[in-house]
Structures are given as structure tokens and as C-alpha cells.
Design a protein around this ligand. Structure first.
Ligand code: ADP
Ligand code: MG
Ligand code: MG
Length: 343
């Protein structure tokens, strides 16, 4: 058995890769985690819980604390992170899940790597981007999405997964300006080997603002995994738009805005979204300046192919990744050391 006191986080994580407990620490160690963590500050608060920065063996980690009424999300997220081979440089690094008692209430904890820069949403609000910044952000998200969406075959294989709540608030920014995908409370898995689609047991639905037209008009076949994967691509298209608005060309960038900021209220209803996305067939507008910048022009074509009304013509994640890579490779101002990101 491993004792938690005498090793560094990194060694633990390395060990956990081969320990058979999915992408986190060995399960026995996970069940002792909450006792070893000191909560430092609350960094996020939502309807369903809080996210804290905590200290664990001298390192900062993120602790997501679920209210017990959202137990299904905790279970689901733990289950997803416990999938073998999920660990990837563009997927939020999982440490472990534990149950604990605070102020005589049961709390469900999920511990992950901590990213001081916070979410992509926060990052875009604070910063305008160079072409190079934009490419690394988009390429790394695409890379994470390819890994998520792809089934890996073999004795220790990985099922394909759809995220179902992709948005700029569920993507985190690392110190080197790349991104990791986070918040797997709604994810679903599918395996061709077993033919099994696992929808989980979560009554929650995704964020209305990012819902694909076929979700809003309820025409989507929820039993079809491919259909669920295509809703991620729609949402990714909206994220690309958010990122490109903040990308500087000729010294200017648009201010940060959420998708559909101009046509729906702050906390839009299902009906608000359905009217705009399905009935009016409206999509985020492409600023004029993008057409005179070859990279932004290429990206605008790409996002339109992602948020297309017809899910069958949306691009697969791998095609998106290759397109972004190709667009970047003709821009001589962009660092071309993509070997790590692109195979
Ligand atoms: P929820 O399911 O409640 O939406 P998330 O996992 O999306 O919870 O986390 C909520 C917010 O907390 C994120 O949008 C982000 O701003 C912040 N956050 C979450 N995890 C981390 C982390 N590992 N490092 C830094 N910030 C984080
Ligand atoms: Mg979230
Ligand atoms: Mg969530």
C-alpha cells in the first residue's frame, strides 16, 4: 500500500497512471485525501457547489465541493475521471475524490490540479490575444476534445466520451497559455466493443446558452452517441467565436462577450434560446475586420462549420484540429513547435 505522507504529488500521479484506478490516485489513497487537504480560499461559487484552492503536501490543488443535492454530478465526474487512459495534457488532471464531513454535513469533494489563471472565460475577459495565443488556445482545446471523443481499443481501452457542457467557463487556462477541458459532471460514454451507451443518471442538462439547435427543438436522438458528440462540436464553435473576438489584428480586438449576448437576456430561458437558434436560425455575428486577416477569416469559416444547423455536416474534432493546425502553419508569426500537440 502507498502511504500519502512521504511522496510528492508528481510521483503520486505518475504512480497512479499504472495503478488501475483510472486517471487519479490509487483508490485507497483517494479515501484519505480530504483529511490531508487544507482549504485556503474559495475561487468559484455556483448553483451546485464551490471550488476552493487547497494545500496538499505543499502544493496548491483545486477542491470542487458539491452540495449533497448534486450528488449525481459528483458521482458522474468521479466515474468519468476514473476511466482508464483519460489522463491527457488537455484534460484537467484528476487527483482523487473523497467524502468528508464539515460542520456535521456530508460533503463530496473532487480534487484536481489547480490553475491560477482560472477559466478561459476569465482569461478572455482579462486579456486580448496574439495570433499565437489564439492558436495555442484553440488547438489545445481541439486536442483535448479529440482525446475525449475518441475510443481507444485494447485490453485497457478508453470509451469515447461526449462532454455535453462545453463552454468557456468549463475550460481552464494553464501557465503556458494552453487549455484543459474541465467539468465532466454531464459527460456520457460509449464503447463500440460493448456497444454500450452510458448516459449516467444525472437529471441536470447542459448550459442553455450553448445548447445545440437539435437539443433546443428536442429533435435529438439521445440514444445515439454520435448525436451527443455533435452537440459538443456546436458548443466548441461558439467557444472559437469567443476566442477570436479577443484576437488582435491591425491593433484591434472586440471586447469579450458571451455568445448570443446581443439577442438573449443574461440568464436565457430554453424558449429564448430556441427562438434565436432554431426559429430565427441566428448565429453569432462575424466582425468585418476578420475578413481582412487570413487567420481569423479561416477561423470564421471553421466556426460556421461547427455550429451548422444540420448536425450531420459539423466537423469531427480531429478534422477541426487539423484545420487549425493548417491555418497556423501558413502564418509565419506563429511558433511552429506543434509536435507535442499534433500527431
Ligand atoms: P461547476 O460544475 O459548478 O460548473 P466547475 O468544475 O466548472 O464547476 O468549476 C467552476 C469554476 O471554478 C470554473 O469555471 C473555474 O472558474 C473554477 N475552477 C474549477 N476548477 C478549477 C481548477 N482546477 N483551477 C482553477 N480554477 C478552477
Ligand atoms: Mg462548470
Ligand atoms: Mg458542472
Amino acid at each position: 500500500a502507498t502511504s500519502a505522507g512521504d511522496s510528492t504529488l508528481r510521483e503520486y500521479l505518475q504512480h497512479s497512471v499504472t495503478s488501475g484506478s483510472g486517471s487519479g490516485l490509487p483508490l485507497l489513497v483517494q479515501r484519505t485525501l480530504a483529511k490531508q487537504v487544507t482549504l485556503i480560499e474559495c475561487i468559484g461559487r455556483g448553483k451546485y457547489g464551490e471550488v476552493w484552492r487547497g494545500h496538499w503536501h505543499g502544493e496548491s490543488i483545486a477542491v470542487k465541493i458539491f452540495f449533497s443535492r448534486d450528488e449525481e454530478s459528483w458521482k458522474r465526474e468521479t466515474e468519468i475521471y476514473s476511466t482508464v487512459l483519460l489522463r491527457h495534457e488537455n484534460i484537467l488532471g484528476f487527483i482523487g475524490s473523497d467524502m468528508t464531513s464539515r460542520n456535521s454535513c456530508t460533503q463530496l469533494w473532487l480534487m484536481t490540479h489547480y490553475y491560477p489563471q482560472g477559466s478561459l472565460f476569465d482569461h478572455l475577459n482579462r486579456n486580448a490575444l496574439s495570433h499565437n495565443d489564439m492558436i495555442w488556445i484553440c488547438l489545445s482545446i481541439a486536442n483535448g476534445l479529440v482525446h475525449l471523443h475518441t475510443e481507444i481499443f485494447g485490453t485497457e481501452g478508453k470509451p469515447a466520451m461526449a462532454h455535453r457542457d462545453l463552454k468557456s467557463k468549463n475550460i481552464l487556462v494553464t501557465a503556458n497559455g494552453t487549455c484543459v477541458i474541465a467539468d465532466f459532471g454531464l459527460a456520457v460514454t460509449h464503447s463500440h466493443v460493448t456497444g454500450q451507451l452510458d448516459l449516467g443518471n444525472n437529471p441536470k442538462v447542459g448550459t442553455k446558452r450553448y445548447m445545440a439547435p437539435e437539443v433546443l427543438d428536442e429533435s435529438i436522438d439521445m440514444e445515439c452517441f454520435e448525436a451527443l458528440r455533435r452537440t459538443d462540436i456546436y458548443a466548441f464553435g461558439l467557444v472559437l467565436w469567443e476566442v477570436c473576438r479577443r484576437t488582435i489584428s491591425c491593433g484591434i480586438a472586440e471586447e469579450y462577450k458571451v455568445p448570443y449576448y446581443d439577442v438573449v437576456p443574461m440568464d436565457p430561458s430554453f424558449e429564448d434560446m430556441r427562438k434565436v437558434v432554431c426559429i430565427d436560425n441566428y448565429r453569432p455575428s462575424i466582425p468585418n475586420r476578420w475578413s481582412s486577416d487570413s487567420l481569423l477569416a479561416g477561423m470564421s469559416k471553421l466556426m460556421k462549420e461547427c455550429w451548422h444547423q444540420n448536425p450531420n455536416v459539423r466537423l469531427p474534432a480531429l478534422r477541426i484540429k487539423k484545420t487549425i493546425h493548417k491555418l497556423a502553419s501558413v502564418d509565419e508569426k506563429i511558433r511552429l513547435d506543434f509536435d507535442e500537440v499534433c500527431v
